[in-house]
Design a protein around this ligand. Sequence first.
Ligand code: AMP
Ligand code: MG
Length: 421
Amino acid sequence: MIEKQPSCADENETGLLPVATAVARVRELITPIAESHTVGIREALNRVLASDVISPIDVPGYRNSAMDGYAIYSDDIPDQGESELRVIGTAWAGRPSDADPQRGECVRIMTGAMMPQGCDTVVIQEHVRVEDSSIAIDDQVEVGRNVREAGEDMQAGETVLVKGTRVRPAQLGLLASLGIAKVEVKRKPVVAFFTTGDELRSLDEHAGEPLGAGELFDSNRYTLFGMLSRLGVDIIDLGVVPDDSERTRSAFLEATQHADLVITSGGVSAGAADFVTQTLHEIGDVSFWKLAMRPGRPLACGRVGDALFFGLPGNPVAVMVTFYEFVKPAIAQLMGCVDLDSPTVRVPCISHLKKSRGRVEYQRGIYTCVDGEMQVITTGKQGAGRLSSMSAANCMIVLPAEVDTIEPGTLVDVQLFEGLV
Ligand code: AMP
Ligand code: MG
């Protein structure tokens, strides 16, 4: 009988590195980029702030009305019954009224218009009775209602955004509301990548050509391009590198000349053609991990030259899963981001799922709302090479190492692919 070696097909393989330990080790390897520069507000989108933003002004800048109605003195609200107030002017948004109301008087006011001096309450127009040049209000009017105070959103001198915040649409709007046209952001990380494998044909060079025997289209080049583009880094795409030690070595040397981070796919398992592993033993300081996860068991991580390095597995789904779990937070950390976590929710899984014990599984799922309740179902057959499962999914169902069956209705952790933009 043949004495079997440990392999990634083993159900209960021992000595696998837990995902959380690997994530912690990656974190220790990274020094955030120190360089920063000043960019115009639009260019700041998706970038990471290199310094705190202090508000130069109060927002709102003046006390104003939150509704269309009448600005009054709250002392004029009757204890019971009604009281009558004379309308002595109109305040529009951007056009303050020059009327100077006294007790017993009021000013018609629009949403956003500056409150006249002395008035502290707005009665909405639906709650008054208009009579010629006066209005009647009743005892139901609440003191101080419908007024937005100066500085109630942000105050001059207040830290409104902290260093390490990623600038999203809300932050762009916030900066604009403060009159800030330029901000200091971190330099973008430069990420070089190449795919490896003699069997690969990339569309960039071979579009329209039929595949030869044993060949396949390189998909990792495009999923990596897609994921990196959405993270807002500068990309150097070095294409496909064949399984050849000289070509692999020169690709690494080229990649490390300009990049903060180098990513490869394929060639990090123990196969005879795995030249990435061999080359890295010579020119890098890299650890080769067998992770307690599926898909994505083999992963290489370390430094090559001055660059951080990730050697991802070759299988298309494994590439995406390991990218999301390791590379995405690593890039966020390189960028100096304070928030490295991906959004996770816990919902019932409606499908019956099976897995092997001893590894965390990232199964592809569809997160939906049924009768007002959020739930997740599987996309069906899971396999590290089935990119169709990834394409059908809108989330990953993260199943812990210690379980082997998930009965319908069990609460599971779900990592969402998309949030609001
Ligand atoms: P490897 O890790 O190089 O042994 O590759 C594992 C599996 O992933 C093999 O079936 C490869 O053909 C496949 N693979 C590797 N790289 C790619 C790629 N860039 N695009 C699609 N499949 C790939
Ligand atoms: Mg290969």
